[in-house]
Ligand binder design. Structure first.
Ligand code: NDP
Length: 238
């Protein structure tokens, strides 16, 4: 088996996910660029290869059982194992004047956000775990947000998005407990407030800055922290 470490990043065609792919590529990972739309995926792969990253595209829509199963089959066929999974794909969900008001909340918005930000992570993680178990030091990074922190309660009122990240944090802790006696290390990371499509490019941090925490958690040593929530400054309160 090839010794080069393999990482799969979901939602890697743009934004923070692209920067994570580029950053992992720069430190020697072969990067599977997980993206749902072919043209966007191939463009990202081309850009990464132009930056000397060993990248290949993997079709993956995290909301689809079939798509995720096919992506796992592609990873099995092309790499045979997975060293790092970054569950980065995420959506904010429909807003009304920049907010999701809990008192008038459309439950379909909640369902849609949970389907991507939480169920998508579980779906992808479970499909990829057999491949992760074959790696020497497997790492799973879930891209969360400090908006999901019940202690900080920060950002605008987003009654679908913020709770989806709270639940993602909780799910991360559940995986860490379940995998405590294995070499699979699972953590959640917050990228800070980053200029991407997601924020209308109206935020102070660059995608590269947002990617840094994911890269750190993806390359933790074997005695690194498990089941935590971190940003560049350290531990983020739950
Ligand atoms: P972007 O909107 O720029 O990118 C989101 C990525 O997720 C895109 O590649 C998008 O693909 C992909 N995606 C969405 N739905 C799916 C799906 N069903 N299947 C596969 N891919 C999907 O967002 P960011 O880069 O800003 O955000 C990345 C992550 O970081 C998210 O989880 C977000 O919640 C989190 N985050 C971002 C913050 C910020 O300030 N930007 C702050 C805190 C957390 P497509 O192009 O096809 O739509």
């Amino acid at each position: 088996m090839n010794d080069t470490r393999i990482a799969l990043v979901t939602g890697a065609n743009k934004g923070i996910g692209f920067a994570i792919a580029q950053g992992l590529g720069a430190i020697g990972f072969t990067v599977a660029v997980g993206a749902r739309e072919e043209a966007r995926r191939e463009k990202a792969v081309e850009r990464l290869r132009a930056a000397d990253v060993d990248a290949f595209g993997v079709a993956i829509d995290v909301t689809s059982d079939d798509s995720v199963a096919a992506a796992a089959a592609t990873m099995e066929r092309t790499a045979g194992r997975l060293d790092v999974l970054v569950n980065n794909a995420g959506i904010g969900g429909q807003t009304d004047g920049g907010a999701q008001d809990p008192t008038t909340l459309d439950l379909d918005v909640v369902r849609t956000v949970l389907e991507t930000n939480v169920f998508g992570v579980v779906r992808v993680t479970n499909a990829m775990l057999p491949l992760l178990h074959r790696a020497g030091s497997p790492r799973i990074v879930n891209m969360s947000s400090n908006m999901g922190s019940l202690t900080l309660q920060t950002g605008p009122i987003l009654a679908a998005y913020a709770p989806s990240k709270s639940m993602l944090n909780s799910v991360t802790a559940q995986y860490a407990r379940r995998l405590a006696d294995t070499n699979v290390i699972v953590n959640a990371g917050c990228p800070g407030y980053v200029a991407t499509d997601f924020t209308g490019f109206n935020a102070p941090r660059t995608p590269e800055q947002g990617a840094a925490i994911a890269i750190r958690l993806a390359t933790l040593p074997d005695d690194g922290p498990r089941g935590g929530f971190f940003d560049d400054e350290g531990v983020v309160p739950w």
